[in-house]
Design a protein around this ligand. Sequence first.
Ligand code: GLN
Length: 477
Amino acid sequence: MENPRPLAALRAEIVEQRTKASDLAAEYYERIARKNPQLNAFLSLTRERALAQAERMDALAAKGDPLPPLAGIPIAIKDVLVMQGAASTAGSKILAGYRPPYDATVVERLEAAGAVLLGKTNCDEFAMGSSNENSAYGPVRNPWDTERVPGGSSGGSAAAVAADLAVAALGTDTGGSIRQPASFCGVVGVLSTYGRVSRYGLIAFASSLDRIGPFAGNVRDAATVLGVIAGHDPCDATSLHAPVEDYAAASDRPVEGLRIGVPAEYFAEGLDAEVRAAVERGIAALKEAGCQIKPVHLPHTKYAVPTYYLIATAEASANLARFDGVRYGYRSPRSETLADLYSHSRDEGFGAEVKRRILLGTYALSAGYSDAYYRKAQQVRRILAEEFLRAFAEVDAIVTPTSPVPAFKLGEKAGDPLAMYLADIYTVTASLAGICGVSVPCGTTGAGLPVGMQVLARHLGESTAFRVARAVEAAGI
Ligand code: GLN
């Protein structure tokens, strides 16, 4: 696996004019041209815009002007985030041909920080999935073993960073879609606290759960990118006013004395023995670094998957009502009446998993059922969140495996939606609770597949999560 050069070193090369940002962008596009036909990580490239930005950075460097924090750094953007005038499909046929009239706030912030945005990455349709097999544009392949999935739904972003087709990438995580592909592809992935990063310009899946966050080849780079995209945005009423910390500096702080919680519920039946062994080695490394390891209890964990799949599908059914064949993207050519236009466009435009979720969510919200399902799920969500709050009164961070299994084979779970949903068991809890976390590489299995450790911290505890993740990374397990 190629090891992407650290962001700070690349930036220094550009600032000191040892490398031109435009040459670096060309190098990345050359590698994309070579490797993407097999990996299918990128759906489209934004070459003109990227090269114009790279030239701007080169001009600043040549003048000796101060350069912004991500000057010339090639970054990929998950296709659920909109870029003005660029294809933005969310992995769906229904958005084929849609070119948004504006930039997502995160896109704007990355560009203002000097980043060179290479293009849009493949993902499960509307971010619904755990394997990237639900993309209307074909699956992404895992660079570690191309017979295996990269995870999902942000599989293209994770694979792009793992194969060094981008230095960093943005993904979205609603129930694990950054953390799980990060673990499958051996890269770092960040679940930011709900509200930490503006969702303006994110094509919504489940609005109370959707988060945007970075992938990178190492913890410090991921922390740097989060620092750029985080912060309040008047365009997103749920974005928090809390100050943005220097996450990169925080990630370098020693972990000695930190209290690390280990929940038995995440090391139970269904956990692959090699994943368990790797994560236990990670925990031993934290102990070695001076952390205090303590058991914590999260007894309602077993209810998290059904709770997540009720809330996420209910919100999805409402969010996806806007795709009607009239306003965006695909319109069925075989319609006589307006009702036909709606139903044919949706029938032909949405894939099977998206339809399944719209049906599940509509059912969970329907009169007579919403108390039994949706309301009950909201109550369990509250209990799960409170359980984490109680645990964080005793510990600074909680560590678990990110996924119970390493990357599985393409097609292995595709025919069994329930098996696919159940594999989200370790990631959906933090999504429901709104807390933050990082998935950090933590060794490999005997077959050489990467394993991820999930480090969770309380709301706005990103600095602590990065610090613990960095200690695991430094241990070189
Ligand atoms: N795998 C989960 C799902 O299919 C999570 C997806 C996500 O985080 N976007 O819903």
